[in-house]
Structures are given as structure tokens and as C-alpha cells.
Unconditional design. Sequence first.
Length: 96
Amino acid sequence: MGYAGYDPSVEAETLMGWSLALMFAWWAYDDAKKKKYHRPYEFGAFIFFAWPVVLPAYLVVSRGWRGIMVFPIFVLIFYLPSLLGWGAYYLNSANR
């Protein structure tokens, strides 16, 4: 869509945001299980609804201060579709 110069619909962007939040929550829940981290009752929901705040806290608790270096990877994953779309758009407009 970016290459053709179209923007995704608001519904598609919303779905993508919720999907990524669900994947982050799923990953954190599974990682906490593997690390035998005592999870609160609604740990998955906390991550799902507030991942920009709760996920870095979980990473620091589970991995120490080195865990905070993992968080930019999640931010990159979140913004990667938009960045690739913009890149495709500007590459296409440079060829016109």
C-alpha cells in the first residue's frame, strides 16, 4: 500500500495495534512461565492494555537492568510496518 501511495484504513491500523499488543502479552506471559516468574492474576491483561509501561518493568524485573535493552526491539517491531510503508512510498516517489 505504501508503494502505491495509499494509507491503510483506520480499522486496519487499529487491528494491527491490538494484534501487536496481543502478541507482546502472549510472549511476556510465555516468557514469565519459562522463567518461573510469579505472575499476578491479570498479568496478561496488564501487558495487553499497558505494554509500553508494564513490559519494560517486567523486562527489568525478569532480566535485571540488561532487560531494558530488549525493550527497543519491541518498539521497533511495533513501528516496523509503518516505517516500511513510508520507505516504500518514498522509494516509489523517487522513481516517478
